[in-house]
Design a protein around this ligand. Structure first.
Ligand code: PSU
Ligand code: MN
Length: 307
């Protein structure tokens, strides 16, 4: 085992016994939602995973240790400290580890740590991608490179249209990352079920997701795959409302010269500010929905001894 990694006893035991485990990220806790909703949601997501027969492993960096599985106190700490905790993507781990610092893991670093721990399936809300205007700024999330090189299945609700969704799909195609629609032929756009862009494959059951993931492993590929699961109809948002908020958020980011790792958290916080509690509630619901699909898929993999 990696010398910087701590696996929580419950998670280690489940992995040793071949039982299903689902990884969760922590940037969504510290940078994605306001306190105390972020902590309540993190605990509710863990409970949803348990209710669907898997063991949750929320991932973060605590005092320089890579953690697969957090205590409630650690989740409370990350939620309360909020933006005071460093957002940790791939390039941040060496410094955080060396300094003994805390870090809230993005999709990229959660994949890295999940893989180190032997966890195959990871549920989240939305992933990073190719930003609008990336042809000039070159702002492309490290999440996409991680999907290209780390063998973890990421179950999300697509990506927000703060990104250029078309370019994000092109990038994933180039990198050989399968993009699967769960019960849909169209890439969902996080708050809404449709984006106007098609996915590579539509899959309608956790068993088939598990089979494709197992085949990817069997082929010896090193990368992961992206499962996009649309927000439940009853929680999806009005496209015009969300588009207007995103346009305004993008304008303000430009005016204020926001760039680098601040861009995504700035845009996400602005959208929540502009759309109020509605978008927060939608966000929570779609994460719970992804946790359920991820748990059932981990269970299907475990059943076939493919974990
Ligand atoms: N998109 C969302 N919600 C999020 C994120 C992105 O809809 O919480 C977070 C995730 O942790 C993701 C990260 O991995 O932002 C991407 O940041 P960047 O674009 O700086 O790579
Ligand atoms: Mn970026």
């Amino acid at each position: 085992m990696n010398k910087y990694l701590d696996i929580a006893p419950e998670v280690a035991q489940a992995l040793a016994e071949g039982r299903p485990v689902v990884a969760l990220e922590s940037t969504i806790i510290s940078h994605g939602m306001p306190y105390p909703k972020n902590v309540e949601t993190a605990l509710l997501v863990e409970q949803t995973i348990r209710d669907n027969g898997a063991v949750p492993a929320t991932i973060a960096v605590i005092a320089g240790r890579l953690k697969a599985g957090l205590s409630h106190e650690e989740i409370e700490h990350l939620g309360k400290a909020g933006r005071g905790v460093a957002k940790a993507s791939r390039r941040d781990l060496p410094a955080l580890v060396a300094r003994g610092a805390d870090g809230a893991t993005t999709v990229a670093t959660t994949m890295i740590i999940a893989h180190m721990a032997g966890i195959r399936i990871f549920a989240t809300g939305g992933i990073g991608g190719v930003h609008r205007g990336a042809e000039v700024t070159m702002d492309i999330s490290a999440d996409l490179e991680e999907l290209a090189q780390t063998p973890v299945m990421v179950v999300c609700a697509g990506a927000k249209s703060i990104l250029d969704l078309g370019l994000t799909l092109e990038y994933l195609e180039t990198k050989g990352v399968p993009v699967i629609g769960y019960g849909t032929e169209e890439l969902p756009a996080f708050y809404t079920r449709k984006s106007g862009f098609g996915v590579d494959y539509r899959v309608d059951s956790p068993e088939e997701l598990a089979a494709i993931f197992a085949a990817q492993r069997g082929l010896g590929y090193r990368g992961g795959m992206l499962v996009t699961n649309p927000i439940p109809e009853e929680y999806s948002m009005d496209k015009a409302v969300i588009d207007a908020a995103i346009e305004q958020a993008l304008r303000e980011a430009k005016e204020q010269g926001i760039h680098g790792k601040e861009t995504t958290p700035f845009l996400l916080a602005k959208v929540v500010e502009l759309t109020g509690g509605d978008s927060l509630e939608s966000n929570i619901r779609l994460v719970l929905n992804n946790a359920r699909v991820a748990s059932l898929t981990a269970a299907a993999l475990a059943k076939n001894g493919q974990l």
